[in-house]
Write a protein that binds this ligand. Structure first.
Ligand code: SF4
Ligand code: SF4
Length: 395
């Protein structure tokens, strides 16, 4: 069977770019081949969709986690046979690739772990469970209610029991603690990439950051991933010494990107191709998930529950942690402006955008712009014009 999976819709041509599409493709190919060989040797591939499920429990059960949120509009027609057309593109794309069997990663999965996050995803998971065995973690709606932590710890325990049943391996405190240490090291490595942009002159494009920190698909070897990140950081530091590179980076307005996951990178690419520097991203695949480490001194399941429940996703209410996170990161990265990406029909992030705008304009005292869009390329010209006008204000 020929599987088709197009996620990157634009090529980027930025001065001095090191980590380009070719780099990303090379890593993806290597990691994919490794994952396939491990799967052939009996390791289970476990598909994940949201940032609340601890990957540590998957790895502790000997499984290989793979994130399946998708970023292309290719499978929309297939998705719309079962889902409404006016649904968030991330949900349609993820489901469409699974239903059409055009995602090689979904194709390889043995089973799925999903979190009950936003309404669209929850209901989509019901349909997805027809394609693969799926365990749903019932996420509390609030991280602040006193009972939520205990509830979430129980949910993680149930997910661990499901993993034990599906893999035949025990999830012990010892192997959980080991995975917690590994994933904390990985979080530290990811933070070190972002940290390159905290100084007076940004050192790395946001589009490069997404490629450097990406696991490349299957997370079969976090140690190799950490080593790749460290080597990338060294290369970036070397490039930062080049005068011409530093001079053009200095001129770029510093943009902090927030909002929905940047599964489709068109807005990120457009900002940088229009002359901005995306210094940091507060999104699912960015700083939202790596800031807080798992406490290595606590009992492992409790520590995981505490860390993951604190994920500042707009499906939680209230979600003031996200506003505080944005405020702190805007300061740390000396952002000149904030751009909020909202996928069409994402009601949670769209409603929360009001509070984000308020915090950014009134407390951080910098300009804010929201971009409401989907995965299509039809509005690229319009988005580009708006981004250019915004960057003009910041220059
Ligand atoms: S933003 Fe929230 S709902 Fe969307 S993918 Fe991330 S964790 Fe899931
Ligand atoms: S972008 Fe919004 S609607 Fe789409 S999956 Fe994430 S929270 Fe749900």
């Amino acid at each position: 069977m020929v599987l088709r999976y197009r996620q990157h819709i634009m090529t980027s041509e930025l001065p001095g770019l090191i980590f380009d599409e070719a780099y990303e493709k090379r890593i993806e190919d290597q990691v994919y081949d490794h994952g396939v060989s491990l799967s052939a040797n009996g390791r289970k591939i476990v598909g994940l969709y949201c940032a609340f499920t601890p990957k540590e429990i998957v790895a502790a059960a000997g499984g290989i986690p793979v994130s399946l949120c998708a970023g292309s509009e290719d499978p929309f027609l297939v998705a719309e046979r079962h889902l409404p057309a006016n649904l968030c593109p991330l949900i349609k794309s993820s489901y469409g690739h699974a239903a059409a069997d055009t995602c090689p990663y979904f194709h390889m999965t043995d089973f799925l772990l999903a979190d009950a996050t936003c309404d669209g995803k929850k209901k989509m998971f019901e349909l997805l469970s027809r394609l693969r065995p799926l365990h749903l973690l019932l996420l509390p709606q609030s991280a602040e209610a006193p009972e939520s932590l205990g509830v979430w710890e129980q949910e993680i325990k149930k997910a661990a029991a499901f993993l034990e049943k599906m893999t035949g391996n025990a999830v012990t405190d010892d192997n959980l603690s080991r995975q917690i240490r590994i994933y904390n090291r990985l979080r530290g490595a990811v933070e070190s990439v972002f940290a390159l942009n905290k100084g007076q002159i940004p050192q790395v494009y946001g589009s490069e950051i997404t490629r450097i920190i990406s696991s490349g698909g299957f997370e079969c070897d976090p140690g190799a991933h950490i080593a790749r990140i460290r080597s990338a950081v060294e290369k970036i530091r070397g490039r930062a010494k080049e005068k011409a590179f530093a001079a053009q980076m200095k001129k770029r307005p510093r943009i902090f990107l927030t909002g929905c996951p940047t599964t489709n990178k068109k807005v990120l690419f457009l900002i940088e191709q229009s002359g901005g520097a995306v210094v940091a991203m507060e999104t699912c695949g960015g700083l939202k998930t790596v800031g807080n480490k798992v406490d290595e001194t606590l009992p492992p399941l409790h520590a995981l529950a505490e860390k993951y429940l604190g994920t500042a996703c707009a499906c939680m209410t209230p979600n003031t942690g996200r506003l505080d996170l944005i405020e702190n990161l805007v300061k740390d990265f000396q952002a000149d402006g904030v751009i909020e990406l909202t996928w069409t029909a994402c009601h949670t992030y769209n409603v929360e955008a009001f509070s984000v705008k308020e915090r950014v304009e009134n407390t951080c005292e910098i300009p804010y712009m929201q971009m409401l869009t989907d995965y299509s390329e039809n509005d690229m010209g319009q988005l580009e014009t708006r981004i250019q006008a915004f960057l003009e204000i910041l220059s």
